[in-house]
Design a protein around this ligand. Structure first.
Ligand code: GCU
Length: 588
């Protein structure tokens, strides 16, 4: 057989060129606690190029070779002369040339680094939409799947005085991905949350969990994990509670329960946060945490032992200006609008929002539903899809498990009830209960239109039955909803996780004029009337706070936006349904 010439031409014919890059996945087990650690920001302007045919990976541009076996490799890249792209940002909103670009794109920058003795260094990406392959100094470090959760790579041994970081970002929608190829939101792309180098001592506090003791609101349990199987003490300090406790670490792990009669519980109207400090030798972690209980009994939800009704609203992570790369000011604006609406609760749809949202919700007092994008049709029979969903869920829980505002983990949205889907979602529910038994688990289910009642078998493993329904909009016959509610007898709390209808800002008419604010408002009127008559409904979160980009929407008023918002996309106009919902929420 003629010897196969090994040269760059093989790149052109290698259909399996990317297989090697999925052998090293960066997952939740590599996460570290990084809040307020010493960081070196890599945000700013990176060199950027779209790479529609994935040539960087095919031709191994990241090796920066110019010849191979006597052949001159085509050097079709020139990093330092590429255009500049802001990090963090979405390429879609940064440059209108890339508004609808879906595919691989390359981000790269150089940076100098001075090694620090007795220190370790971790590279953190807040989030990359949707997949990131990371190369440092021509070395492939791994691939992260999932467009909404942070990931960390130890780079201590890879850093030099002068470094080149190269990231292949790919927002191509794939059948086997999480989410799959069909959603009702815009598919942004980019390194859209911060990139940092994090410095830690050689042995450091890698993870901690703090939560109220399940049997007493006067006791707080701390679980600590060090970065290796070290011994010694971790000191916990909560000055305001005059708590200073030492935990004896054995093989890098330790737990302790501290007690104080004066613990003030966190709640939306009094979001009490305590400053805590964890110290292990020269490693110090500072955080602000709130303490509260959340549980269900029968069809009621209890916060700190008292029944609570969830007065909510759904929010997508998006702004007209920044796409998914929302700023702190935009997050604060959203939560402030929710407060103005009379909300004590927000459903963060349909994927993990920025980590600042839960921190700000802790601060301002807003309960949260957080969700992974197991949305509509998914490749439920694909084990790799399940592992991807499970990892994104693990990363979300690891990131936000110490945030008092988060009360519900959601494992999906509107997935048709099949055996494969049930097995997949039950596996995710088991993951929630394994990682965080202190919070409630739910999913946005669909109504059973055969039995004509609230009847998704997934609810047998959920703590809260959430239901999306659009009676008065997709289902024009509102009387069916009345029959369904009468025909249902749930044994767990039910929340209406979505309802609503299109409302084009500034368009008015009769309730029959579809797509107008008047029509939207009349849907809210009829929905609210039903909520008032149905005692087992313990919460609602209308779809949605503001209009958002959606490539599926090209009707009379849409212009590429989903217009079910209670405000328009840039939040400069409140629709009349906003005031109706505000009146309802402020009536109890
Ligand atoms: C669904 C879905 C949303 C979608 C909404 C709509 O319930 O959960 O993501 O945007 O309906 O149709 O507007």
């Amino acid at each position: 057989m003629k010897e196969k010439v090994q040269n760059f031409v093989q790149d052109l014919h290698n259909s399996q060129y990317d297989t090697e890059f999925y052998k090293t996945l960066i997952e939740s087990d590599r996460m570290i606690i990084d809040h307020k650690r010493e960081i070196y920001s890599l945000n700013g302007q990176w060199n950027f190029s779209i790479d529609q045919y994935d040539t960087c990976l095919r031709a191994k541009w990241y090796l920066e070779e110019t010849e191979m076996d006597g052949f001159r490799k085509p050097v079709d890249f020139d990093y330092d002369h590429w255009e500049l792209m802001n990090v963090p940002s979405c390429w879609n909103t940064e440059n209108e040339r890339y508004m609808y670009y879906e595919g691989p794109a390359i981000y790269t920058r150089k940076f100098n680094f001075t090694k620090k003795e007795e220190k370790r260094t971790f590279l953190k990406f807040g989030a990359i939409a949707q997949e990131g392959k990371i190369f440092l100094n021509k070395t492939f470090l791994g691939t992260h799947k999932g467009g909404s959760t942070p990931f960390y790579i130890e780079v201590t041994d890879f850093l030099k005085k002068e470094n080149r970081l190269l990231v292949v970002v790919d927002n191509t929608r794939k059948l086997s991905s999480v989410p799959s190829v069909n959603t009702d939101w815009f598919n942004y792309g980019g390194i859209y949350r911060s990139v940092e180098l994090i410095s830690t001592p050689l042995t450091f506090i890698k993870d901690y969990t703090c939560r109220l003791d399940e049997n007493s609101t006067k006791r707080v349990c701390f679980d600590i994990m060090l970065s290796d199987k070290a011994q010694g003490e971790v000191y916990i300090t909560i000055d305001e509670l005059k708590i200073k406790e030492a935990i004896k670490m054995i093989d890098g792990k330790g737990t302790v329960t501290v007690e104080n009669e004066n613990i003030l519980l966190w709640e939306p109207n009094n979001p009490k946060l305590y400053s805590i400090e964890l110290r292990y030798k020269d490693d110090i972690i500072e955080d602000k945490v709130g303490f509260r209980t959340i549980e269900t009994q029968g069809t009621d939800i209890f916060l700190n032992g008292a029944p609570i009704l969830l007065k909510g609203i759904c929010i997508h992570e998006e702004s007209v200006k920044n796409g998914k790369a929302v700023t702190e000011a935009e997050v604060r604006e959203n939560l402030s609008l929710a407060k103005e609406l009379g909300c004590n609760y927000v459903r963060l749809a349909h994927y993990p929002h920025s980590e600042i949202v839960a921190r700000i919700a802790d601060e301002v007092g807003m309960l949260l539903w957080e969700e992974i994008p197991v949305y509509w049709w998914m490749d439920f029979t694909n084990p790799m899809t399940f592992e991807d969903a499970k990892n994104q869920l693990s990363e979300l829980i690891h990131r936000d498990k110490n945030r008092a505002s988060v009360i519900i983990w959601s494992v999906g949205n509107e997935n048709a009830d099949t055996d494969e889907r049930f097995s997949f979602m039950r596996g995710l529910v088991e993951t929630v209960k394994e990682l965080d038994p202190t919070r409630l688990v739910s999913a946005a289910c669909l109504i059973d239109h055969v039995e004509n009642k609230i009847n998704d078998r997934l609810q047998e493993v959920l703590d809260i039955i959430a239901v999306n329904e659009y009676y008065g909009w997709y289902e024009p016959d509102f009387n069916k909803f009345i029959k369904i509610l009468d025909n249902s007898s749930p044994n767990k709390p039910v929340i209406i996780s979505e309802f609503g209808g299109d409302g084009a800002s500034g368009q008015f008419g009769t309730p029959d004029d579809l797509g107008t604010e008047s029509c939207q408002d009349d849907i809210y009127r009829k929905q609210i009337e039903m909520f008032k008559k149905t005692p087992y409904i313990k919460g609602t979160s209308p779809w949605i706070l503001f209009d958002f980009r959606c490539p599926r929407r090209h009707g009379k008023y849409h212009n590429g936006y989903n217009i079910k918002g209670l405000l328009n996309a840039d939040k400069t106009h409140k629709k009349i349904a906003f005031y109706r919902m505000e009146e309802y929420y402020n009536s109890f």
